[in-house]
Every structure is written in C-alpha cells, then in structure tokens.
Design a protein around this ligand. Sequence first.
Ligand SMILES: Nc1nc2c(ncn2[C@@H]2O[C@H](COP(=O)(O)OP(=O)(O)O)[C@@H](O)[C@H]2O)c(=O)[nH]1
Ligand SMILES: [Mg+2]
Length: 196
Amino acid sequence: MSTINFAAREINFKLVYYGPGLSGKTTNLKQIHAHVPGESKGEMVSLQTEDERTLFFDFLPLDLGKVNGFKTRFHLYTVPGQVFYNASRRLILRGVDGVVFVADSAPNRQRANAESLRNLRENLTEHGLSLREVPYVIQVNKRDLPDALPVDMIRAVVDPEGLAPCFEAVAQHHQGVIEPLKAVSKLVLEKLAQRA
Ligand SMILES: Nc1nc2c(ncn2[C@@H]2O[C@H](COP(=O)(O)OP(=O)(O)O)[C@@H](O)[C@H]2O)c(=O)[nH]1
Ligand SMILES: [Mg+2]
C-alpha cells in the first residue's frame, strides 16, 4: 500500500523484484542503480550471505516525477530466492505496490520459475493480496543463453492468464531492465489515480 508523506509532499511506493534464486533480481537493481542520475537515487543497501546471494533486500529509492504536486518515490526491493528464506520473502512483500517477476530462461530453471510463482501467490495471500489486484509485470531474463526456452513457454508458467506485460531481457547487459520498471511504475500510478 502506497504511503503519503504530507510534510515532505511525497508518495512512497514499494516495488518488489520476485523470482527464483539466481534469475537476475539483484542484477536488475544494480543496473537500475547504475543508470539512474545521482540526484534521484538513494544508497543501495545489499545484505548478503556468505555465498554472496541476497539475504534480505536491496533498497533503492527512485524519484520519478510528480503527481498532483507530490513527488513520487519508488522503493525497490529484491527477495532472496533460496527456498529456505521464505520468511524474509513474506516480510518484504508487506505493503507491496507492484511486482516484477524475474523469470530465468534456462531450461533447468523452469520448475523453479513455477515454484517461485506458486510461492509468490501464497505469500501475497498471507497479506490478503492477490495478483489480480497487485500490478504485476514479467521480465523473462537471460535471453542470451544458447539454450534459452521460448518466451511463450516461460510465460505460460509465470503468467498463466496471459494478462501481465512481458519483457525479454539480458539484465547483466542492461537490456530489458528499464522497460519492466517503467511498466510496473505506470500500472502502480494508474491504480493510485483510480483510487483517488
Ligand atoms: N547469462 C546471463 N546471466 C545473467 C543475466 N542476468 C544475470 N545473470 C547472472 O546470473 C547470476 C545470478 O544473478 P543475481 O542477480 O545475483 O540473481 P538473483 O539471485 O535473482 O538476485 C549472476 O551470475 C548474474 O551475473 C543474463 O541476462 N544472462
Ligand atoms: Mg539476489
């Protein structure tokens, strides 16, 4: 749920990058952080385990223009993908305004994509939410892999209804990184406008 800070005339939104372990979530945030102009971003905080994978979250506030005189500030988070960090994933989804699902194109990660979507639905339910109401976009990452699965096959698994905007990406080369961020931000702002 977006929060409004009247004193600072600022609306805060929370975007969460979800998906299986090693699909490229942290890479997305690093790429975004590297390409956003200095004055409009905060520090990136990355908590890592011994094996260098995300433990809790990366945090990146972004200012993307104004709505009715209020500044908008997007807080970007990633979740740890490993199965055993579910408590952290559930916690990070609290108050979520939009989700970017980062799917992995590797054939041997298709089951992990499916399992992560199942886990996302379950954790949203814990917060009384569902993918019907939370803006949701798909990034099909690692399109550079020589054995990448067809996009439609991956999409069928992570967006069975075929309703979510879907973008192909090679996140480590900054391809297809900004588009899903823009798409989810737009959906989140549209939702806010409907409520007002
Ligand atoms: N081949 C390929 N590897 C990628 C791509 N994006 C990220 N990676 C690599 O995948 C690994 C996991 O990425 P990371 O962002 O840490 O995944 P996370 O667990 O989802 O946060 C790293 O070695 C990345 O360099 C991509 O588009 N193509
Ligand atoms: Mg990570």
